[in-house]
Design a binder for this molecule. Structure first.
Ligand SMILES: [Zn+2]
Length: 437
């Protein structure tokens, strides 16, 4: 279903055609000097909000939301294709990943990586982080990425019910935060997602802002206990090479053979011209397809189960959907000539130094037209017949209710509509924004 919002045929104000950058400089310069003299604006600037550095307004979709979009249904191949375009030509990237730690084996892994000058990613167990906090700290201190690998890795518990799974994801998120002072949205499913995750698991994780990473090279170091180093190396060498590799290894208890194989593995991939990089939240995950037949007999992910994970992530401000309102916050009022838009405290938020507001409301107010493609989770905003913004949801689907809560940074978004913010008042009692006509 495609839904259109906004008024057709009513032109709305003409697109701003001047030099946006210099206009902005004037505004900011005068704002810094106190009361704004130009253009008859009355407000006194009480507090300056710092905004994220603006991207050029033309062209590409809103970067934050776009980077969050994922297509879980897609096989690994098209994702690699897309990733390739973002890489420097011919640059081959390798994400080395270690699961199930930290353990005593992690220390040696870290020593080897340090010697080779290589950064990797460690998908840690919450339980192990609490048992081995010093080793966990070393991982971060030495420049590696940390990912969440659930709390206790027990398949039957994790895949027997989504409530238990979500509980472990959150518990591990907290364990990592408490121990290391960082939040991570990188996630790897114990045993991988294939035949463990259904679409409901994928959707909930994506909606909560996690990136679920499977792999495309399995070193085979966990297919039975004590796989010898020589066998691990030969499995690696037999694996298909690609422009981007995500290599699965283990640094948990009982994986001394993986440590032993590691120097030769690194040497092999270096000889093939790979650059070793840690995962970030900007990397499109390699994901397995959803299996037709799951290993587990369980109920579908229920709304309340999913909601607890999403509420957790909303509290952390991870989601592109508006979440909990700031208590006792005043309404946010936007002014444009004689026009006024009042947003209740549930309808805006301050995130990463930007004021975020619902795209649908903002677009409609400034005279834009919004097209909603709920089946594919895409919102497009048009102004004067031109597409100014295209957002996609993290799940590749969207309900009307979600679309209404899809938040965008007000300044960057208005700029795409050719509208400039001339001043802002933002404090505990008063929150108002004045726009250019
Ligand atoms: Zn594991």
């Amino acid at each position: 279903m495609v839904v259109w919002f906004g008024l057709f045929g009513l032109g709305g104000p003409a697109l701003y055609s001047g030099d946006a950058a210099s206009e902005r400089e004037v505004v900011q310069a005068s704002a810094g000097m106190g009361p704004i003299a130009e253009s008859g604006a009355k407000p006194v600037l009480i507090e300056q909000i710092s905004y994220e550095p603006g991207k050029p307004s033309e062209g590409d979709a809103f970067p934050e939301a776009a980077s969050l979009s994922e297509n879980n249904k897609a096989a690994a191949a098209p994702q690699e294709q897309e990733q390739k375009q973002n890489q420097k030509q011919n640059e081959k990237l390798l994400y080395l990943t270690f699961d199930d730690g930290p353990s005593e084996n992690t220390k040696q892994v870290l020593d080897i990586l340090k010697r080779e000058g290589i950064a990797a990613t460690f998908f840690v167990l919450g339980e192990q982080v609490l048992k081995q906090p010093e080793i966990a700290k070393r991982i971060v201190a030495e420049g590696h990425a940390i990912g969440n690998h659930t709390f206790n890795h027990k398949y039957d518990r994790l895949y027997g019910s989504f409530a238990e799974f979500a509980g472990q994801v959150m518990k591990t998120d907290e364990a990592i935060y408490k121990t290391l002072g960082i939040r991570t949205t990188l996630f790897r499913a114990p045993g991988g997602t294939y035949s463990n995750f259904d679409q409901g698991y994928f959707d909930a994780m994506a909606e909560a802002g996690y990136q679920v990473h499977d792999w495309n090279v399995d070193s085979g170091d966990s297919k039975r206990v004590g796989v010898p180093a020589a066998e691990i190396l030969s499995t690696i060498k037999k694996s298909k090479l690609a422009a981007t590799l995500n290599v699965l290894l283990h640094d948990g208890k009982g994986h001394a053979e993986s440590v032993k194989a590691l120097p030769a593995i690194l040497k092999y991939y270096k000889s093939k011209g790979y650059t070793f990089v840690p995962l970030t939240d900007q990397v499109k995950p390699i994901q397995f397809n959803v299996a037709k037949q799951l290993k587990w007999d369980r109920a579908k992910v229920s709304k309340p189960e999913k909601q607890s994970l999403i509420a957790f992530s909303e509290k952390l401000g991870r989601n592109s959907l508006l979440g909990q309102a700031e208590p006792n916050a005043p309404s946010l009022i936007l002014h444009r000539g004689e026009q006024r838009l009042e947003l209740s405290k549930e309808e805006y938020r301050l995130r990463n130094g930007s004021i975020e507001v619902p795209l649908l409301k903002l677009s409609e107010w400034v005279g834009g037209i919004t097209k909603l493609d709920l089946e594919h989770g895409i919102i497009e905003a048009y102004y004067d017949g031109n597409q100014v913004l295209k957002l996609s949801s993290q799940t590749g689907k969207m309900t009307v209710e979600q679309s209404e809560r899809m938040a965008v940074p007000v300044r960057a978004t208005l700029e795409k509509f050719g509208i400039i913010i001339t001043s802002v008042v933002y404090n505990d009692q008063q929150r108002e924004i004045w726009l250019s006509a």
